[in-house]
Design a protein around this ligand. Structure first.
Ligand code: DX5
Ligand code: ZN
Length: 225
């Protein structure tokens, strides 16, 4: 229990990448019924990251059944090509990678113009300082706590230091940006991440590989509330 932070509700976002794709509707309904807040959807192109996940037809069918916020994490090069497509599919938040955008400021405005919240993800090696001139334009920063491309990887401990640095930048600039943590989240690090300043925790394998998925989500939610 993170008592001093009771006033700000923290968000749990199960990552559908770890779901059973042969039983996708069942897993989407599980998240609907759970205490989770968002669906985290990983889109990979096999170029920006060394893996391909799923694309538009699958997202369309997820959205048909999902009753919570759709948080789309694009791990693709040149994401500007697909901003309006993802808006049309029902994304509420669209996150692009800093490393994949040549004109990040323009990309963020384009996402907002489509009525979505604009997120920026940083790879583990990418320095927080690079966001200084654009932080007030960003609704959410997604700090990758693993190298993007795969679920089930080991959490990178340097993430705590990055959260603190990002939180200081947000305070300094008066921004209202949320901080999302993506990769290797479990009950072993959830509280410490929230204490460091995180607002949103993405959890893939920890939720979906469990035999008691609803119970695990409830447990995570209780740890951060
Ligand atoms: C990794 C993805 C993550 C992934 C997290 O590239 O962005 O969202 O699904 O999975 P876990 O929680 O298993 O590390
Ligand atoms: Zn993700």
């Amino acid at each position: 229990m993170v008592k001093e932070l009771l006033m700000t509700p923290k968000i749990i976002a199960p990552s559908i990448l770890a779901a059973d794709f042969a039983n996708l509707q069942r897993d989407v309904e599980m998240v609907n019924q759970s205490e989770a807040d968002w669906f985290h959807i990983d889109i990979m192109d096999g170029v920006f990251v060394p893996n391909i996940s799923f694309g538009m037809p699958v997202l369309r069918d997820i959205v048909k059944h999902a009753s919570k916020t759709i948080d789309v994490h694009l791990m693709i090069i040149d994401p500007d090509r697909y901003i309006s497509t993802f808006a049309g599919l029902g994304a509420d938040i669209l996150t692009v990678h800093y490393e994949a955008c040549t004109h990040l400021h323009r990309t963020l405005q384009a996402i907002k113009a489509e009525g979505m919240e604009a997120g920026v993800a940083l790879n583990p090696h990418t320095n927080i300082d690079l966001l200084e001139d654009v932080i007030t334009d960003i609704d959410m920063v997604c700090l990758m706590s693993v190298n993007p491309g795969f679920g089930g990887q080991k959490f990178i401990e340097n993430t705590y230091a990055k959260i603190k640095k990002l939180k200081a930048l947000i305070h300094k600039t008066g921004a209202t940006t949320k901080i999302e943590i993506d990769g290797g989240v479990t009950d072993q690090n959830a509280e410490k991440l929230i204490e460091a300043g995180a607002d949103v925790l993405v959890a893939g394998s920890y939720v979906f590989k469990s035999k008691d998925q609803l119970g695990i989500i409830k447990h995570l939610k209780a740890l951060v509330s």
